[in-house]
Design a protein around this ligand. Sequence first.
Ligand code: BES
Ligand code: ZN
Length: 482
Amino acid sequence: MPAAQASLDLAPVLDTVQRLDHDAIERLKAFLRIPSVSTDPAFAGETRRAAEWAAAQLREIGFRVEVVNTKGHPMVLAHHDGPKGASGSPRILYYGHYDVQPADPLELWTSPAFEPVIVEGHPINGKKDGPKGQRIVARGAVDDKGQVMSFIEAFRAWHTTHGTLPCAVTVMLEGEEESGSKSLDPFVKEYAKALAADICVVSDTGMWDITTPAITTMLRGLVYVEVTLHGPSHDLHSGMYGGTLVNPINALATIIGQLHDGDRRVQIPGFYDDVAPLPASIRDQWSKLGFDEKEYLGEAGVSVPFGEKNYSTMERMWSRPTCDCNGIFGGYTGKGAKTVIGAHATVKLSCRLVANQSPEKVFAGISRFFQDRCPPGCRIEIESHGMSPAIAVPADSAWLRAAQRGLAKVFGKEAAVIGTGGSIPAVGLLQRELGIDSLLVGFGLDDDRVHSPNEKFELACFRNGIRSHAAMLAEFANVVSH
Ligand code: BES
Ligand code: ZN
């Protein structure tokens, strides 16, 4: 261990975390009150305000901070040199996002999405007969403001206790993660030097259950498109024109109906060409995790699984590609009835990708699929809302073992090594552009209602997240950097 770090004990830092608990929750509430919905231009000012707010937090605890403008929402970039004289100390990059998903449908929230409240409840995977815990309910509670605050609060505790951090730390907070990360690529290229690090720590994933931490090593990729089928030049009376010319909604629905076959396999040309089978060793490891399918489906209000034939629910969730409609509209969607043939119909469609699939190839396949089926006299328009490949990060490394040691100090047990069905474009980009691998250590639970009304974060998870980040930082300081 470098001499300069020997005096930086973890125990008093954990005491500080305890002492700052009330203030940490108040700070999280303040962050959650800012409606930083990145996909909707109406919230651009608020999204910037969230960046400035996070920047101020980091400034307060000794970071040099810049809020960097991009073509989209700003990036927060912050540096802390760590302990003086600790040359050779590892450099750790922390990534998170301060933007959130839209809160719609607003009427399904039991309290307003941007007015955080603390309520009591049973986390499903803490078992219903277990103790109730407090949780904070608001859009962004777990995805990702609560998780971003878990590492910022850990830094605060280190700074308050020892006046420094045990390692050199860079923080990059993005404001477009929920809307395609378009500004991230140019930013990472331009700021490559400032972002240089031995490892990137990402807190934007989940735990195995409320008492078992998890490290995620596989993420699916994503191709998101919006397809519009244009027919007549304007909306028409369905009595005068129904049955005499093409109805774009009917036609689009027909095409969508052909996306899957009877075995629920995706019919886009070449879709499965590059999909590698799941290695038997990983399937084995996953099968030992004790996945509870009933509980997983129950949380979604469903009793029967559905999906690609011959694959288990867990395999379909983490290691098989998908094609899903995310929204569909056209014609009249207001109250009551209106007899009309709409001029156009649109579907928002996304494919989750797995290892080896090329997003560009899948995008080209989707385009061809719709163009080939476009009815005569109609026109297909396709807009891309971003794409990113699937990624795998090392499932064993000195960094992962250091994280395991830190997590074990807090939870008293080993973290499960898992996959996830979700996507975090930054992880792939940092790997490709800068050669930096990520360590995905998150504190969400399956029942946190990510992207849904009444999103929440258990305070137990928030607190353990802060402790874990504090403990992992101490362990990272002992890993010899290259
Ligand atoms: N935090 C999620 C990713 C995630 C979801 C991890 C579920 C683990 C479990 C992230 O903020 C997210 O939602 N990402 C988007 C990315 C997309 C817009 C490119 C996703 O996966 O839909
Ligand atoms: Zn997220």
